[in-house]
Design a binder for this molecule. Structure first.
Ligand code: ADP
Length: 447
């Protein structure tokens, strides 16, 4: 992911640099050097009192011709040429074109010698070394021009005047380079300060987050431990209550009347309901605290489902309901934790029966065509269904579609929470599709 990001970023910065060197700079060069040619014309007319179209056309074609030729070379070769940076090369070559402009505006008589500070000015935002290189190059190019005028054209040149001009040029270039560096340093210091402050803020925020996370984890652990202790403490006396109520119900001495037997039956019934809820809470806390280990072995799915159906025989006898099993012949055994898978199926089939008055509850096992290993188990009922806005929340602890369900159908809203957690533990996914009035399909995705 990081490598991918780096590649993308590198590509973006390469394209930025290419558009800067192949489009922006050449366009500026063309405009700048054309203006320089016009500047030479104006300078010669007003300062040297000379007006020559021939000379103007000469200098204009040199400047424009050079701009267009360098643009073409950059366009064709900027990406391909690897020996040195072509964009940078033309930036340095431009200095010579400025010297040519000084030559055409009278050489030693030109007032345009200050043009030679331009490159240092327009590159001032770059590194100290680059700015200094342009500063020295500009002065050196002017000195070369003077040598040319003296030794090739044999012009009569005032040495003190030229030394002063070189000195002025050098001082101006150095001044620009040094102030640029100071500005650069200030900008860098400001940016570093901002970066340092941001890092400190980030560190503080991440410390706070870490602290909150630790606190939340500690609170969650304390809650789970509390629930485990309370559930355990409730379970022991409750088992005794149910046990003794059962003993009394047998009424060995035949002393109890029918009312008293009914009360005892209620005690046992409510006690068992309470015990189921307490066991569910204990299961959930065990999953949350990671105290539930898997015991993997080969599981014959069809046999397991038939065994579960048998447990519900009593319950469906009172309803107009059939239990169905759809499973391919020669389905391979599933390698999983039988006890936990049974607990999930018991809950899903139990819910199907609980929320379906007539029709069917079907368990359909889908297999991988090649290996015959089960790939999905659907528990499909034709019951009351679940509204679309509750399809996710029914998996949250203590959530029921309608809280009056608790009274109508029993249950505490923990079964699906436990089922989804157990599926996760076994590496499966539990999903739900449903339509109110038509039924629900819970699917265990096994891979
Ligand atoms: P419980 O059944 O103990 O209340 P569950 O977590 O198993 O808890 O189910 C939560 C809620 O989801 C149920 O109370 C019911 O509203 C809804 N529900 C679960 N299964 C079905 C189903 N097959 N048909 C309709 N509603 C269902």
């Amino acid at each position: 992911m990081k490598a991918e990001f780096d590649l993308l970023e590198a590509d973006r910065s390469r394209r930025r640099s290419s558009s800067y060197n192949v489009v922006q700079i050449p366009l500026l060069r063309l405009v700048g050097l054309t203006l320089v040619a016009i500047g030479v014309l104006v300078h010669n007319y007003f300062f040297l009192r000379i007006f020559s179209w021939t000379e103007f056309l000469e200098i204009a074609s040199i400047q424009v011709g050079y701009s267009l030729a360098s643009w073409l070379i950059l366009y064709l070769y900027y990406e391909k040429f690897k020996l040195f940076n072509l964009g940078e090369f033309f930036l340095h070559l431009d200095v010579l074109l400025l010297v040519v402009a000084v030559y055409y505006s009278g050489g030693e008589r030109s007032w345009l010698f200050f043009l030679l500070i331009f490159r240092t000015v327009d590159q001032a935002s770059r590194s100290f070394r680059t700015v200094m290189a342009f500063a020295h190059e500009s002065v050196f190019a002017y000195v070369l021009l003077i040598f040319y005028l003296v030794f090739v054209e044999h012009r009569d040149i005032s040495v003190p005047t030229e030394i002063s001009k070189v000195f002025i040029l050098y001082a101006a270039n150095l001044y620009i380079a040094l102030t640029a560096v100071q500005a650069l340093r200030n900008r860098t210091i400001a940016a570093m300060r901002v970066a340092r402050d941001l890092t400190a803020q980030l560190r503080e925020k991440s410390d706070q987050l870490e602290e909150s996370k630790n606190k939340a984890e500690a609170a969650n652990l304390a809650k789970s431990q509390f629930l485990a202790i309370v559930s355990h403490e409730l379970r022991t006396p409750l088992t005794a209550v149910i046990g003794f109520a059962n003993v009394l119900m047998k009424d060995k001495n035949k002393k109890l009347d029918s009312h008293e037997i009914l009360y005892l039956e209620r005690i046992v019934e409510n006690g068992k309901h309470l015990l189921r809820i307490i066991n569910d809470i204990l299961d959930l806390t065990k999953i949350e605290t990671g105290h539930l280990a898997l015991e993997i072995g080969p599981v014959p799915l069809e046999a397991l489902v038939r065994q579960i159906f048998a447990e519900f025989e009593e319950q469906i006898r009172e309803k107009d309901l059939s239990l169905r099993m759809e499973c391919h012949d020669h389905t391979a055994k599933l390698e999983t934790d039988q006890v936990k898978l049974k607990q999930v199926l018991l809950n899903l089939i139990g819910n199907g029966i609980k929320f379906t008055e007539k029709g069917s509850v079907t368990v359909r096992v889908q297999v991988n065509e090649a290996t015959r290993v089960p790939s999905r188990i659907d528990v499909i009922d034709t019951g009351i269904g679940i509204p679309s806005d509750r399809l996710e929340s029914v998996f949250d602890a203590f959530q029921q579609v309608d809280n009056t369900n608790a009274r109508a159908y029993g249950g505490a809203g923990l079964g699906l929470t436990i089922s989804r957690s157990l599926c996760g533990l076994m590496g499966y996914r539990l999903t739900l599709e449903s339509k109110v009035g038509h039924g629900s399909t819970f699917s265990i995705h096994l891979n």
